[in-house]
Write a protein that binds this ligand. Sequence first.
Ligand SMILES: CSC[C@@H](O)[C@@H](O)C(=O)COP(=O)(O)O
Length: 381
Amino acid sequence: MADQDARSPVGIEPPALSVLRWDEPPGGPAVVLLDQTRLPSQEVELVCGDVPALVGAIRTLAVRGAPLLGIAGGYGVALAAARGEDVGRAVELLEGARPTAVNLGYGARRVAEAYRSAEAKGADRERAAGAALAEARALHREDAAASARMARHGSQLLAELLPEGAHRLLTHCNTGALVSGGEGTAFAVALRAHREGRLRQLWVDETRPLLQGARLTAYEAARNGLPYRVLTDSAAGSLFAAGEVDAVLIGADRIAADGSVANKVGSYPLAVLAKYHHVPFVVVAPTSTVDPGTPDGAAVVVEQRSASEVTEFTFPRPVPAGAEKDGEASAAVGAQAYNPAFDITPPELVTAIVTEEGVVSPVTGVGLAELCARSSQVTIS
Ligand SMILES: CSC[C@@H](O)[C@@H](O)C(=O)COP(=O)(O)O
């Protein structure tokens, strides 16, 4: 099968995406987001001046992906603090916006903790709000650093698992700069392989129903000049059967204590295919995505999203629950839908989990608990 030509040569890097930033315009502080519901056709910023606006952006997936949700949650609490609002209430609202990505609550709680600890040391509201913002900024920087370390560990792992030739990697959903303070998780590993001249093809699952793969990963792959092709999710089986996939690389929204991985719906079928075809299935996620408080996959709360995402073409914008529908029908009128946002891959189907602290796998002999003990980022429940 012929590879698509890279659109820009290795070595020429595009300007970094401004995915999420803190701003202090005259009207008051705000969290400014690149609106991911508008990509790839429009690069439009969305200004969230208060917590409800940010919660709305999280629900509609204007901002999304586990690590970025953690950063958004952190800045959201800093925003509440700067506005003199109840920080505990902000944590509740933010954490409740999407239940599966553990990073969201982690970021929000961590910044609230910084606010409370400053207050406990005698800081007035303004100073405590400053401490909250500093913590949110620290979280943002740490995520960028974690991203670079995951890319390094991940590319080493690929070189060990796939010693021969350039890799053909398959990925699902979007795990690049659009979900991170840095270059992302799984996508960052593929990007590094590309920069090292070891990426032959990135297969991009379109990722029904909201097309995070086709809209967002393809956008990032094109910006970075990766050789890539988009496929419908249901085409993955025939691609494995044709021997065209050397490894699967995905991210995670929550990793349970037993190593079960919650990620974008469609990940589990890929893991089954990978097992059947003897292809490594590699998960790339920061330790802040590991939740020791969730014992196993059955305990993960999987977000169920609006039926209209399945029964209507709402592209490019998902319709928020309860809002007026504006899409063209894609299913018979009145059709019910099953629309879980995530699925669970059991640990026996996972070849390795790459974190910023190292690689968990039977090969390295390193366990999840051991890596988490090295990290300061594991979720405080
Ligand atoms: C590093 S991102 C890992 C996951 O958050 C990603 O794969 C994913 O499932 C995102 O889902 P989304 O519903 O778009 O927020």
